[in-house]
Design a protein. Structure first.
Length: 185
């Protein structure tokens, strides 16, 4: 693996460009009803998952992307994580903001990996990309995800009532991030 493909790393994880060799693991993750429970509600078929995956092969140039997330021991693809463009109601990307997302295959849940991944992307967003704010939406009931974002400093902004599903809107801004860093030092 060329170093230029790695965007970030932590003690246990590498974040790199998506590759075609990741496709089967990605499709397996997306076919798991438990992974999809609060993100779409139903498993993705192989065809749907491929359609979702293929555009992610295009290298991201601005750092805003969902990156392949690889567990260092065994060099194993375990999901995707990153910050990606945040769009307003008119579908315009909001400059200096991003959305956070993390998806981990079930076999690797409960090991603190999403928290480890999320923490480094929030830091990357503020310190490297110079963002002002990072947001994320979580379907009500996804308590593991709530735990993860609260552990890395996000705060609940509002709860949105949808027709079928309700969502928490979480955010962390630059001011809160640096304050949070001081409290965890
Ligand atoms: C949400 C998700 C990313 C968490 O990944 P993970 O690597 O297991 O997360 P972590 O181990 O870092 O932390 C999970 C925390 O939630 C807790 N948790 C797990 N399941 C829980 C549940 N059902 N209710 C409450 N807390 C729960 C864990 O105990 C842990 O908290 P702790 O560190 O205080 O013990 C993972 O479950 C996932 O990929 N889910 C499917 C996709 C998804 O929902 N993504 C989020 C989209 S918003």
């Amino acid at each position: 693996m060329g170093d230029n493909e790695i965007i970030l790393e932590t003690e246990r994880l590498i974040f790199r460009q998506n590759r075609i060799e990741d496709l089967d693991d990605f499709c397996d993750m997306e076919a798991d009803p438990e992974v999809r429970r609060f993100v779409g509600g139903k498993p993705r078929s192989r065809e749907e998952a491929e359609k979702r995956f293929l555009p992610s092969l295009k290298p991201a140039t601005n750092g805003l992307h969902m990156w392949a997330t690889v567990l260092k021991p065994g060099n194993k693809y375990i999901g995707r994580c990153g910050i990606y463009p945040h769009f307003d109601a008119e579908s315009n990307s909001i400059p200096s903001e991003a959305s956070f997302g993390v998806y981990i295959a079930k076999a690797y849940w409960g090991m603190g990996l999403a928290t480890e991944a999320g923490g480094v992307f929030v830091k990357y967003g503020f310190e490297h990309l110079n963002l002002d704010r990072i947001v994320t939406m979580i379907q009500l009931g996804n308590d593991a995800s709530v735990k993860v974002v609260e552990k890395i400093g996000f705060e609940l902004i509002m709860t949105e009532k949808g027709e079928w599903r309700d969502f928490y809107h979480y955010a962390i801004d630059r001011h809160r991030f640096y304050g949070f860093l001081n409290t965890v030092k």
